[in-house]
Design a protein around this ligand. Structure first.
Ligand SMILES: Nc1nc2c(ncn2[C@@H]2O[C@H](COP(=O)(O)OP(=O)(O)OP(=O)(O)O)[C@@H](O)[C@H]2O)c(=O)[nH]1
Ligand SMILES: [Mg+2]
Length: 377
């Protein structure tokens, strides 16, 4: 148990390479199996599997999920970023049932999209369209995902959201003036993701519908709630997806992180750290109990007695003595000792050629362990 604790602690404090951290978490998961809560270990194992899966795929792409409540304007934001009407924007709620992807720079993205489980009919490649404008290249390497609503009445929607929020390298949370304070998003997503602030951006959409003199106060309120969630570093951008306000800022925010090609590593590293902290916490920091030396020795004695070790030691001793006197005694009488039975042979054990190795048949004639010896062990 101390090994597990040490492993997890090192993982938490060390700034080391992602591969090392992953190895550390793998080792801690193996050590924790059967010792810590199964659910916790299972979660840690899922993190290991996900990280191993993602690290095998394109490091040139950054998967950006656009998430939020129903009607907050995810699809509108997605369309504004792509400059295309790819995702259905609806009046009827909820509109988006399946994630849609738009990829800028498709080379190497196919396997990534497969891993994300986005069917081909829900994928669009930005460079397949004639796109000569300079800004078209700004988002090179981005795989933008329009997600269904997390607060849906449809169970399949939040299952899909949860799955993709887990896999994305970066997340854009779309809030709206009516529901930005909903516990549903803060308690279920934002707060638990406070360890992942580096990979998140929040937008306050529908800002055109907020009277101008109230915008500042509302943004301040969103900021306060995010600070409470532990997301002090996460930027909040006022946006009107409908009118295109704030879209260039959002684009720049995404583009900078995508260009740094760090988001996927930051994400995995935050996941690994979170899992490690949980394992370390569950394992506690009490010193592992050590047994007093006399008790260890008593146990060793009982086990060796039950296994017949003293009988063999005694037989070896007597056998060596008999052989020695046969070899070195005065020839006139030494032949007498050869007549004595070899104590080792009686146990179906024998001293090898040079009397240094003990050789035996698979089944020796060592006495069976008695009930008393077993009880002592
Ligand atoms: N005035 C205004 N309307 C907006 C804005 N963004 C979206 N809308 C409208 O809000 C409604 C919902 O927008 P969607 O983009 O479909 O929202 P969504 O989050 O994708 O919704 P679901 O897919 O159902 O979860 C649509 O009627 C949009 O036209 C905005 O910034 N300002
Ligand atoms: Mg939608």
């Amino acid at each position: 148990m101390s090994g597990l604790l040490e492993g997890a602690k090192n993982l938490v404090s060390r700034g080391g390479d992602l591969g090392d951290r992953l190895d550390g978490l793998t080792a801690a998961t193996v050590a924790a199996t059967g010792r810590l809560d199964d659910g916790l270990v299972e979660d840690a194992r899922a993190v290991v599997n996900k990280a191993q899966g993602r690290l095998k795929l394109s490091a040139d792409h950054t998967v950006v999920g656009v998430a939020g409540a129903t009607g907050s304007g995810k699809s509108s934001t997605f369309n504004a970023l792509t400059g295309l009407e790819l995702s259905a924007v609806g009046v009827r709620r909820p509109t988006t049932s399946w994630a849609t992807a738009c990829v800028w720079g498709s080379e190497g993205a196919q396997e990534l999209l497969e891993w994300l489980g986005i069917p081909e009919r829900h994928q669009t490649t930005r460079d397949s369209m004639l796109d000569t404008r300079r800004e078209g290249h700004e988002l090179d390497g981005v795989v933008l995902l329009d997600l269904p609503d997390h607060d849906s009445t449809e169970v399949s929607h939040h299952l899909e959201v949860d799955r993709l929020v887990e896999l994305a390298d970066m997340l854009v949370w779309v809030l709206d003036p009516q529901k930005y304070a909903d516990a549903a998003i803060h308690d279920r997503y934002l707060q638990p993701l406070r360890t992942h602030s580096e990979i998140m951006v929040v937008v306050l959409n529908h800002i055109d519908r907020v009277p101008e003199d109230r915008r500042e106060a509302m943004l301040g309120d969103v900021r306060r709630l995010l600070d409470q969630d532990g997301l002090r570093n996460v930027p909040v951008i006022p946006v009107s997806a409908k009118l295109g306000w704030g879209i260039p800022q959002l684009k720049t925010e995404i583009a900078q992180r995508a260009a740094a090609k760090r988001a996927n590593k930051s994400r995995l590293s935050a996941d690994i750290k979170t899992a490690a902290v949980k394992l370390a916490k569950a394992s506690g920091d009490a010193k592992p109990r050590s047994l007093a030396k006399p008790r260890v020795e008593a146990l060793e004695d009982a086990i060796s007695e039950a296994a017949g070790v003293p009988t063999v030691v005694d037989a070896v001793e007597r056998s060596v003595r008999t052989r020695a006197s046969a070899a070195t005694g005065w020839p006139l009488v030494s032949w007498v000792s050869r007549l004595k039975p070899d104590p080792l042979k009686r146990l179906h054990l024998a001293l090898g050629e040079e009397a240094t190795q003990l050789a035996g048949r698979a089944r020796t004639s060592l006495p069976q362990t008695t009930a008393v010896e077993r009880a002592r062990v």
